[in-house]
Ligand binder design. Structure first.
Ligand code: CP3
Length: 333
């Protein structure tokens, strides 16, 4: 059994596997090298040879316990026919949403458009370098995807003022997304993903109707993934009540953000926990890094725990800090 499955399924507390969100990305010089000459991000995600290379880059360097495929949550809107571009030092920029085009997309068309991602997974699942490691596939949660699809840019760059007013559009989209996210999960599992992570990066924006926008859509995906026999990790970043989320959703593992006090979760649930450390800690000195990492390791001594961050690793992170982090986690007794 892989170290993460040991932790996740057997609830083994004697090991602390480690991988990092956004481990395949811009903090790696070898990624930037590939990116420099491949200026179209979507094309890169649809190039199985290069995305395999990128997926394996952090494994080669740090021997992490899992590889997460090099792809993006916005490949779903792309698969549904929405225009998706990534602009340098700005982020995603989506075209106007066209409901007619969404309604005429069927499973076959969607799967065909995203088939290079499934080819990537098939190739990786045969790769010797991933022996005894997990291969993580992922999706964006319906809420976070619809935020990008309606707002067209990251909420970091501002949220359009009429975002919440078109309830009908939101409800229609939730239905369509439920269907196609499940198709994307099924295709990834059939192609070799051994774990699925659901990223709800903008869950913290939901102020009311959590039932409709957060719990119901997430539970639907979690139960579906479990029915395929694959563990599912949830990351509802920024929500105020992780306790209630765990109680309702019961994910196979919960990824916490750095504002969560893990103590309350540990005391209440036997659900394995992942993550927590503020990625900014990796930008500080060795001593501080050791102190902060050790806090998490101590806290989780008797609870199944996979080391990870409270959000994606920052592009300005130094390689040496990641090496140090891995050393601290692996040497902790
Ligand atoms: O984790 C990994 O290493 C696997 C690959 C991965 C990427 N995006 C590659 C990527 C994963 C798991 C994601 C998830 C993702 N994408 C999320 C959820 C996690 C989170 O960070 O909140 C979100 C919200 C997106 C959407 C997205 N993609 C944004 C907002 C941006 C631009 C800003 C940013 O954070 O980088 C991207 C681009 C992106 N996705 C890059 C990478 C490596 C950077 C591309 C580049 O400019 O070179």
């Amino acid at each position: 059994m892989t170290p993460i499955k040991e932790c996740l399924i057997n609830k083994n507390t004697n090991i602390t596997p480690i991988w990092l969100m956004r481990q395949a990305g811009r903090y790696l010089p070898e990624f930037r090298e590939i990116r420099k000459v491949n200026t179209n991000f979507i094309d890169l995600c649809l190039n199985p040879i290069l995305s395999e290379k990128i997926t394996l880059q952090p494994i080669k360097r740090f021997d992490f316990d899992a590889a997460i495929i090099f792809s993006d949550i916005l490949m779903i809107p792309f698969g549904l026919g929405q225009n998706v571009e990534f602009k340098k030092s700005f982020g995603p920029n989506l075209g106007k949403i066209d409901l007619d085009s969404l309604f005429i997309t069927d499973e076959q068309k969607f799967t065909k458009k995203l088939s290079p991602i499934y080819e990537l997974l098939k190739n990786l699942s045969r790769n010797e370098k991933l022996k005894n490691k997990d291969l993580i596939g992922f999706v964006g949660a319906p809420w976070t995807l619809l935020v990008y699809m309606i707002n067209q840019v990251s909420p970091k760059n501002g949220l359009s003022s009429n975002f919440f007013t078109d309830k009908k559009l939101i409800i229609n989209l939730l239905k369509i997304l439920d269907k196609f996210i499940k198709i994307h999960i099924k295709n990834q599992v059939n192609s070799g993903a051994t774990i699925i992570q659901i990223f709800d990066s903008w869950a913290g924006l939901i102020k009311s109707d959590l039932e409709q926008y957060l719990y119901r859509p997430t539970l639907s995906l979690v139960e579906y993934t479990k029915s395929l026999g694959v563990p599912v990790i949830c990351f509802p970043r920024g929500i105020s009540d992780y306790n209630k989320f765990c109680q309702i959703i019961r994910p196979s593992m919960i990824n916490i953000d750095y504002n969560v006090n893990p103590k309350t979760l540990i005391d209440k649930f036997d659900i394995p926990i992942q993550g927590g450390l503020d990625p900014k800690v990796l930008l500080t000195d060795k001593e501080n890094l050791k102190n902060e990492v050790t806090k998490y390791l101590e806290l989780f001594k008797d609870h199944p725990y996979v080391f990870n961050l409270g959000h994606g690793i920052l592009p300005e992170t130094q390689i040496e800090s990641v090496e140090e982090l891995v050393k601290i986690v692996r040497n902790f007794k």
